[in-house]
Every structure is written in structure tokens, then in C-alpha cells.
Design a protein around this ligand. Structure first.
Ligand SMILES: [Mg+2]
Length: 331
């Protein structure tokens, strides 16, 4: 999260390499991406295969999430959350946007849903509730498909990813197909994810546009399927929407390497109650009993702590940037 919305060079100069938690020294919290993965996971389980029930569960969770004043939220997610709150149905709450919201929350669907036709329908529901641009669905489907393959194979061949995606995709678009082809070629040539992002023109970092984010995520995942820390740090080093890119990449590599493949200090440093390591394991094992106390007291408290930390980081950035400029001039 501390690296979000910074150019790659600025992030490097201000914060150094992204090798440990830096929200506080050695400690970190999760951002909206992980919150959404948890929301989708719980909605999917409660729906038990029923698409309409999934939509309803997702809508009620997103309403609560919007009320908790989420930070760093994308425009479409915020507007759709507000529309849901004032009574719009999940079919009419989305707005025309190709932001990252859907792509960041669907890997869990690819992991849990084995039926390919049903997977598409669930991804559509998880997308259209906030984003109606077909680009958002297509990109989200690519992420869900990647998760599905990561579950099936220890190592997914890049060419197989593309071949199977072409068979699955019910929303073909030449531009996206060419982007995926470019991604696969770059992985096969062993180009670094940072160089690949630069070649896509993302000099200032990966934007919040899904046609920028998803190819970079797939590149970092396909290049580092057995190395969680390298995949995630490569993603962060690309700059821009670092928390979202790293979250998608981490969720895909995590399917292969499991909890043990995540560096110890990264897991233990998560002091984010009720979304720390212990709580996330309980949620993953479906043993979470929802408590009104947690929803009404602890979560707003958690949001306040996060808000204070983010503001502190923004102030540090403002103080740090002139120092970097002076150093550059002196060189
Ligand atoms: Mg983000």
C-alpha cells in the first residue's frame, strides 16, 4: 500500500525495495483488493452455486463496505456502492468503466468454481455490479481463468494459458487478444516484468485501467509461478496501482505455493485485525462467524487507523519528494 500511485523511480528513491512491510516499520495492513477478495469468497460460499443469491450477497456486502468509507477506492466501485445504497439493483448499479475493480476480486472465483460455464456467469455478476464496460469483464475473466489453471497445474505454460483463454472467452476483442499475445511472447523471451510494463508505455507506473493492469499481472504471475516474493515485488516495482497489481499476482501465485510459500515476515507483519493472518485462515476455512461487535466497532476502528497511516504516508511523500529533487540536482 505505501507504494501505491508512485512512479517506479520515485517509489524506489522514497521507500527503497519492496521487500518487507513499510506501512509501519515491519508492519502492514491489507488494502481494498484483499477486502474485495474476502467479500467475493464469502458471497460465493453463501450462494452455494446460486447466481442470483451470489448477486444479492455481493450487493449487501458491498453496501456495508461502502458505508465503512473505503480508502483508495476506484470511482466505479464507489459510485456503484452508493447506487446500491440508495436502492439500485445489482443489475443496474454498475457504471461504464474499465477500472481494476472486477479483476482484483475474481481470482477466488477461478479457484473455487470448476464449471467453466458457471465461472463465466459468476465473473459477469461480480463485474457488472460495478463496471459495465466489456473490457472490465474480459480482463476479470482472464484473471479468474489464470486462477483456475493455477489450481489445475503446478506450472502453467504461457501458451496453454492463451489457448485455453481463447476457448473460454465469450467476449472476444482483438485489442485484448493482441495484448495477451504480447504478454505470452515476453514471458517466453524471459523479459522482466518491469521491462514489459515499460514496453507497454507504462513509464509512470501501471494505471488503474484493466488493459494495463491485467497483462502486467499475468506477466508477473507466469514468470514467477513458484516464487511468491519475487512475483509480488516485481509487480510492485512496476509502480502505479501497486497494491492492486501485487494483490492479483499474489493471489495467483499463492494458489500454487500455499501459505508456506509466503515469506514469514510478510505474514506475521500483517497487524490488520480482523484481516490478519489468523483471521484470514479462519475465513479461508469457512469458520468465520459474523459478529455485530466486529462489524460495528472493530471495523470502523480499523478504518480509522488505516486512514491515519495513509495520511501520514502522504505527508511523508510530500516531505520526501523535494529531498529527492535536491539530491538529483546535486548529482
Ligand atoms: Mg489499488
Amino acid at each position: 500500500m505505501p507504494y501505491e500511485a508512485l512512479k517506479p523511480q520515485t517509489a524506489k528513491a522514497l521507500l527503497g525495495p519492496p521487500n518487507k512491510h513499510k506501512l509501519l516499520p515491519g508492519l502492514g495492513m491489507v488494502s481494498d483488493d484483499t477486502e474485495h477478495l474476502v467479500i467475493v469468497l464469502r458471497a460465493f460460499r453463501k450462494a452455494n452455486g446460486n447466481l442470483d443469491l451470489f448477486s444479492k450477497q455481493l450487493a449487501s456486502a458491498l453496501k456495508l463496505w461502502t458505508l465503512a468509507l473505503p480508502l483508495g477506492v476506484g470511482k466505479a466501485s464507489l459510485i456503484s456502492g452508493l447506487k446500491l445504497l440508495i436502492g439500485f439493483s445489482p443489475e443496474r448499479s454498475g457504471i461504464f468503466s474499465a477500472g481494476n475493480g472486477p479483476a482484483m476480486r475474481v481470482s477466488v472465483l477461478g479457484l473455487l468454481c470448476d464449471n467453466k460455464e458457471k465461472l463465466k456467469e459468476f465473473v459477469k455478476k461480480a463485474t457488472l455490479i460495478s463496471h459495465t464496460d466489456p473490457k472490465a469483464y474480459r480482463s476479470a475473466l482472464a484473471v479468474a481463468h489464470a486462477a483456475n489453471l493455477a489450481k489445475e497445474f503446478t506450472r502453467v505454460e504461457p501458451a496453454l494459458f492463451l489457448k485455453r483463454f481463447r476457448e473460454l472467452n465469450d467476449s472476444y476483442c482483438k485489442e485484448f487478444d493482441l495484448l495477451l499475445e504480447k504478454t505470452i511472447k515476453s514471458v517466453e523471451l524471459k523479459q522482466s516484468t518491469q521491462d514489459f510494463a515499460m514496453n507497454l508505455g507504462l513509464i509512470k507506473g501501471v494505471s488503474g485501467y484493466c488493459y494495463h493492469t491485467v497483462p502486467v499481472c499475468l506477466h508477473a504471475w507466469l514468470s514467477n509461478q513458484d516464487n511468491f516474493s519475487k512475483g509480488v515485488t516485481d509487480a510492485i516495482k512496476c509502480g502505479g496501482d501497486a497494491d492492486t497489481v501485487a494483490s492479483i499476482v499474489g493471489s495467483l501465485i499463492g494458489i500454487n505455493v500455499g501459505r508456506e510459500g509466503i515469506p514469514d515476515n510478510w505474514r506475521r507483519g500483517l497487524f490488520d485485525y480482523p484481516l490478519n493472518e489468523t483471521s484470514l485462515v479462519i475465513i479461508a476455512n469457512d469458520n468465520l462467524s459474523r459478529s455485530v461487535v466486529k462489524e460495528l466497532i472493530i471495523f470502523p476502528f480499523r478504518q480509522s487507523v488505516l486512514f491515519i497511516l495513509i495520511i501520514s504516508h502522504l505527508i511523508l511523500r510530500m516531505m520526501g519528494t523535494p529531498i529527492i529533487l535536491i539530491r538529483k540536482k546535486l548529482k
